[in-house]
Ligand binder design. Structure first.
Ligand code: GDP
Length: 302
């Protein structure tokens, strides 16, 4: 249901246009394929992904001998799911330790919804009975620490913080110590996301990473990149940059409810090979959902 509501904008534009196309054409021919291709491009699926998808679709239509458009919607849905999976089962579950501390590191530029996501995720773990702590590692942006504190207070997670401008790696060190002392289950770490200076960003993230993995072997257990779906192809460019500077293990795609171009999910997965682990489908507490390609695609056509 969340998927259905959250994807309303994509549904009313992309899906209704596809359905319209299917009704208009009746027969599957080259013109039909071309119009479909346009719609997919408009939905931000991305050029290369669309080309892959169209190849697959043509092949499948031939193989199954689909002549009229009636049977094509299910073929399109299945191909969308397939292209997302890229031949493997893309696992959207988070790597959470059974015993001991799990460290989740969040990266991403300002304004994409990183803090909100951290807050929502913290609340979800707390509801499961886990002890959650937050590390205020964005010491650069004015107000970032206080904003995280507001979320911490709201959901009941202790926030480990230092003064603005202090070394994020030192904050992580403190936070891990504190989390171990309190026997916390989950430590969620915020970081600054300045893309303007890639070398600085890389140095900072690598130092943070180093401190965390030195204190806890195998940590961070996830490095999650938050991307704003409404920024379309820009989100892809951000992802490519972060992928260069740090080992991103999953994507959190926020504000999917705010865009008609939900195809960006497919582009991210297909182009970067990084699984989308969580999606933001609204501003409410429960609007952060684990990503599920099938629910997503069938949510579009439901
Ligand atoms: P940060 O700078 O990356 O930490 O971004 P914030 O967490 O402050 O979020 C920026 C804005 O995006 C806030 O107004 C959030 O409420 C909003 N936001 C975050 N996630 C979502 C989402 O999934 N859907 C919608 N509609 N808004 C979101």
């Amino acid at each position: 249901e969340k998927y259905k509501e959250g994807l309303e904008k994509t549904r009313t534009s992309f899906t209704s246009k596809v359905n319209d196309l299917i009704a208009r054409y009746r027969k599957v021919d080259e013109d039909f394929f071309e119009e479909l291709e346009d719609l997919l491009l408009q939905a931000d699926v991305g050029f290369e992904t669309v080309m892959d998808l169209m190849d697959d679709l043509r092949f499948e239509v031939q193989r199954k001998n689909v002549k009229d458009t009636e049977g094509i919607q299910s073929v399109i849905s299945q191909k969308l799911v397939d292209i997302y999976r890229g031949g493997e089962e893309a696992d959207s579950s988070l790597n959470i330790q059974e015993d001991g501390l799990t460290v989740l590191l969040f990266v991403g530029v300002n304004g994409v919804g990183k803090t909100t996501t951290i807050g929502k995720l913290a609340r979800r773990f707390i509801e499961e009975g886990k002890t959650v702590m937050l590390a205020a590692g964005d010491t650069f942006r004015a107000g970032a620490i206080d904003q995280l504190q507001v979320w911490g207070d709201r959901v009941g997670a202790e926030v480990i913080r230092q003064a603005e401008g202090s070394d994020p790696a030192a904050v992580m060190y403190d936070a891990i110590r504190a989390a171990k002392n309190r026997k916390a289950d989950i430590l969620i770490c915020d970081t600054a996301g300045r893309l303007q200076n890639k070398v600085n960003l890389m140095n900072e993230l690598q130092k943070v990473h180093r401190v965390i993995s030195r204190e806890i072997p195998g940590a961070p257990h996830e490095t999650l990149l938050a991307l704003d779906a409404t920024t379309g192809q820009n989100a892809l460019i951000q992802a490519e940059t972060f992928k260069e500077v740090t080992d991103v293990t999953g994507i959190v795609l926020t504000k999917l409810d705010g865009t008609a171009k939900g195809g960006i999910v497919l582009a991210i997965r297909n182009k970067l090979g990084i699984p989308v682990k969580l999606v933001g489908l609204g501003e409410g507490m429960d609007d952060l959902q684990p990503f599920d390609a099938e629910r997503y695609v069938y949510g579009l056509f439901a």
